[in-house]
Design a protein around this ligand. Sequence first.
Ligand code: 5AD
Ligand code: SF4
Length: 518
Amino acid sequence: MSGVTENDALHAAPKTFYLETFGCQMNVHDSEKVVGTLLHEGYRQVETVEQADLILYNTCSIRDKAEQKVFHRLADFKKLQSQGKKFGVLGCVAQQEGEKIFERAPHVSLVCGSASYRNLPQMLVQLEGASANASLVSEAIDVRDSHPAKIAQGGAAAFVEDSPAHPAGENAGVRDDASIAISPGNARDSVLAARNSGLVRITGLDDRETDKCFETEFTARSNPHRGYITIIEGCDKFCSYCVVPFTRGKERSRTSESVLAEARQMADLGYTEIQLLGQNVNSYKDPAGKRSFAELLAAVGEIPGIRRVRFTTSHPRDFGRDIVQVIDAVPALCDHVHLPVQSGSDRVLHAMRRLYDREQYLERIAWIKSSKREISITSDIIVGFPGETEEDFAQTLSLLDEVGYDGVFSFKYSPRPNTPALALEDAIPDQEKARRLEGLMARQKEIQTPRYKKYIGAIMEVLVEGRNESRGQWIGRTSHNKTLNFTAPKQATTSVGSYVQVMVTGSFPNSLLGEIMV
Ligand code: 5AD
Ligand code: SF4
C-alpha cells in the first residue's frame, strides 16, 4: 500500500486553470461546458497562463494551420512546466493525434477528445492523484479499460480487455492499491504514469462509435443574453476532405425534451437568444421520435421569453422545405440560413462526396428565397481541392453570383490525416490556392457591397451586443446576423442585451451603420 491517501493527493491538487479555445462554435460551447465542469470540481478560472496550475487548450484540427497553433502554444509555454504547471490538450487535435501528442510535447499530461468530456471529473481526480503518486509506481503503467480492475503491485504493465459485463463509463475514478486511477470511458482511455520522471499521462479518447452526448448541468455560458445549445454531436457524412467524422465521432442527437428543458431553463435565466448547434444541425433525429428538426425549431421559438433562435450548421442534403416553412411561421426564428456549398462545380462536389449537386443545392436556395421573409444566406467554400480546374473554379464564382450570399467563409483546401481526399492526385500548388482564394473574396466583396447598401434607410431591430467606447458606438446584431454599429443619444436607454430599433444610415461590405430610433 502506498503511504499517500487520496485526500493527500487531492490536497496537493492544482486548483486554478486557464483555458484557450480554438475553432468553431461547437468548440466554444464545449469550452463553456468544460469550464462549468472544472468550476464544479473546485477549480478557479484565471485569465493568464502564468496564474494557472492547469493550462488547457481546446483545439481545432479542421485545417493544418489550426492544428499547428496548439503546438506553438505548447512550445511557447513549455518552460512553465518547471514551476509544476500541468498541460492538457482537449478537442479535435487531442482526438486526432492521441498519444502522439505526448511524444511531440512531453510536458502534456492530459489528452482528451470531445467524446470523453463527460469523464473529465474523473480524469481531473486522476491527474491530481496520479501526479501526487507517480513516483510510487515502479514501472510505467498503461491501463486501458472501462471498468474496475486492479493493477498488479509492483507495476508490470497491465492491459485489461473490455468486458460486456462492465459497460463503458460505469466506473468513475476507481483506484487501485497504489492510488493510480483506472480511466473511465472506453477502451482507448488510459492512465500512464512513469516512474521518477514525474510524468503523468492521462488520455480520454473515446472512439467514434460512442453513442454518448456531453450533457451537463454545469455549463458556464460566457454571455448572459445569447447562448448555445448542442442538439446533435458528431458527423456521419464523411466528406472526403474533412476530419470531423474522425475527431467528433458518429452522429448522435439529444432528445428534443432535453433540448427544450435546457432552452426553458435558459429563458428562465433571462436568455433571449438561443443558437442550436450541430456539425450537421439539420440532420437532427429525436431519439424519442417526438419532433423533427423543424418541429424542434418551432418549439424552441415558442418558449416565452425567447426572442431569437438561430441554428448552425445546415447540410444541404438534409435541408428540407419544412425548415423554410417553420421560419415563415415562427417569428422568433431568425432570418438567416448558413448553408455551406463548398464548390459550385458538380465534378468537385462529387469528389468531395458532398451528396448533392449544384442543381439540388440551388433548389434549396430557391426554397429559401421563396420565403415570405427575406432570409439572409451565407456559405462556406473550399478552393484548390485536388483536381479543381480553372473551369471548376469559374463555376464556384458563378454560383456566388447566382445565389447572392450575404457572407462567405472561404478556405484553401488543407490535406488532413485519415481523409479519403489524401489519396487524390492533382494537388493544387499553394500559390494557386492563394490566388483563387483572393479572387473568390474579391468577387464576394463585389456581391456583398450592394447587398448591404440596400438597407440604408431601413429600420432594423438589433440585439445590443456591446459597446465600442473609442468610436462612441453600440454594437448590434440584426436577425439576418449582420453587425449593425449605431449611435444613441445619452437619454436613450441602451444597454447590452436589450433589443432596439435602429435606422440604417451607412454600409460597408461586412457591416451596417445606424442611429437608434427614439
Ligand atoms: N480544408 C479546408 N477547409 C476545410 N473545411 C473543412 N475541412 C477542410 C479542409 N480539409 C471547411 C469547410 C467547412 C468549414 C467549417 O471548414 O468549408 O464547411
Ligand atoms: Fe465535415 Fe462534411 Fe461532416 Fe461537415 S458534413 S463536418 S464538412 S464531414
